[in-house]
Write a protein that binds this ligand. Structure first.
Ligand SMILES: *Cc1c(COP(=O)(O)O)cnc(C)c1O
Length: 414
């Protein structure tokens, strides 16, 4: 292949998305390849946080629910996020956590299947992000109506797992470990053929790959804002309910924010029309406000341009690792096929945890996932081609010199 660092610098110079990096405050001396887990801080977030805290809260106090638009923020931000996932404004709310939104979406979908008492199976993947499985188990157990969670072992096994007993097919679009991306349209069509509804988790998709929920005729979706969307640590997640399901969508966390007339203080719940019924209670306003700073960066570009750069970055990383680190026991886990690849690349190494710790100590921040997987996230809004080159050089030196501690101690969050 024979790519040099000079070539990578030239690609950065020709990259129309390169100026977007200026929207972020990244510390000097760090190559940040973990935007798939916690996105970097938009520069605007600092002033926004100060304004929310000093003026909206400090000075304007309770009037800010109206004057600063606090109450409407989940829906207003949902409208800004909608184009990134092929949704309409009015179909997305930014609220709660991904886990909680998943519970609401699953419960709403299961309830829509209640007319058929045989549809009691929630199908998902054993390799799904654990909270998705745990939330499905929690719902199934709590319902006490014979619901079960069926785990499939590989994407190829999904078709055979669907049948007349399937209530919901719950899938994460891009797998958090491997970076494998499902064909959302094909799997949704298959689920519908069997009478099942689909719930898609877009945690590793929103802001990373183009998503067309309407094009795929999907039923429900949830996702994170603190990963590729750069909303900040613990930023509220999102939930999508398409217009065609909104009337039938009843979720059990029927708090007052989902009420048709919340300030009438009525003694009984009546859901509001629209996506508002996906809301539960009072939102973390400071954190929610910062989500907008991340979304505003995406308003300056589009997912097709970001996807082209993401694929170029991941292609480059795979090629450079395979060329420059040849001979070391690295195994590519991520699909080479563009149609099946998300925006992170995972390699196994027998001492993956230790090698990742050595990389982090040298300023290359990726992360580690069991078993043996080193994960490198490529965030097209701020990762450069030269950084890909430099990260691989550092990896090569660590491997060539055995410069890692196989007894590296584990932190609480790995
Ligand atoms: C990151 C991630 C989550 C996180 O859920 P939280 O409730 O925000 O902790 C859920 N599902 C998937 C697939 C993820 O990748």
């Amino acid at each position: 292949m024979d790519i040099s660092r000079t070539d990578c610098v030239a690609r950065d110079a020709a990259d129309p998305l390169a100026p977007l990096r200026d929207s972020f405050d990244l510390p000097a001396g760090i190559i940040y390849l973990d935007g798939n887990s916690l996105g970097a801080r938009p520069k605007a977030a600092l002033a926004r946080a100060a304004d929310v805290i000093a003026r909206e809260w400090g000075t304007d106090l309770i009037t800010s629910w109206n004057t600063a638009g606090w109450f409407d923020m989940p829906k207003r931000l949902g409208g800004k996020l909608a184009p990134l996932i092929g949704a309409l404004p009015g179909e997305v709310a930014v609220t709660d956590t991904t886990s909680v939104n998943l519970f609401k979406a699953l419960a709403g979908a299961v309830a829509m299947q209640a007319a058929d008492p045989c549809r009691t199976t929630i199908v998902t993947e054993r390799s799904n992000f654990p909270t998705d499985i745990y939330m499905a188990e929690g719902l199934a157990g709590w319902l006490r109506r014979g619901h079960t969670v069926r785990l499939v072992d590989s994407p190829e096994d999904i078709p055979a797992a669907l049948g007349p007993d399937t209530a919901v097919l719950l899938l994460t679009h891009v797998n958090y470990r491997t970076g494998h991306m499902h064909d959302m349209a094909a799997l949704t069509a298959l689920a519908h053929e069997h009478g099942a509804l689909t719930v898609w988790d877009l945690a590793h998709s929103a802001g990373a790959v183009p998503v067309d929920l309407h094009g795929a005729n999907a039923d429900f979706a949830v996702g994170c804002t603190y990963k590729y969307l750069n909303g900040g640590p613990g930023a509220p997640a999102f939930i999508w309910v398409p217009e065609r399901h909104q009337g039938a969508f009843m979720q059990p966390l029927s708090g007052w924010w989902g009420h048709a007339t919340p300030f009438a203080m009525a003694p009984s719940f009546a859901p509001c029309a629209g996506i508002g019924r996906a809301l539960c209670g009072t939102q973390p306003v400071v954190s929610l406000a910062l989500v907008e700073c991340g979304l505003d960066v995406f308003a300056q570009t589009d997912m097709a341009a970001l996807r082209a750069k993401s694929l170029a970055l991941t292609d480059l990383f795979i090629a450079l690792v395979e060329e420059r680190c040849a001979g070391h026991p690295l195994g590519l886990v991520t699909p080479r096929d563009h149609a099946r690849r998300g925006s992170h690349v995972s390699f196994t190494h027998p001492h993956g945890y230790a090698v990742m710790q050595a990389l982090i100590a040298r300023g290359v921040v990726g992360d580690y996932r069991e078993p043996h997987i080193m994960r490198f996230g490529f965030t097209p809004v701020y990762t450069s081609f030269a950084e890909v080159w430099d990260a691989v050089e550092i990896l090569k030196h660590i491997l060539d010199d055995n410069a890692y501690d196989v007894n590296a101690a584990r932190g609480t969050v790995t």
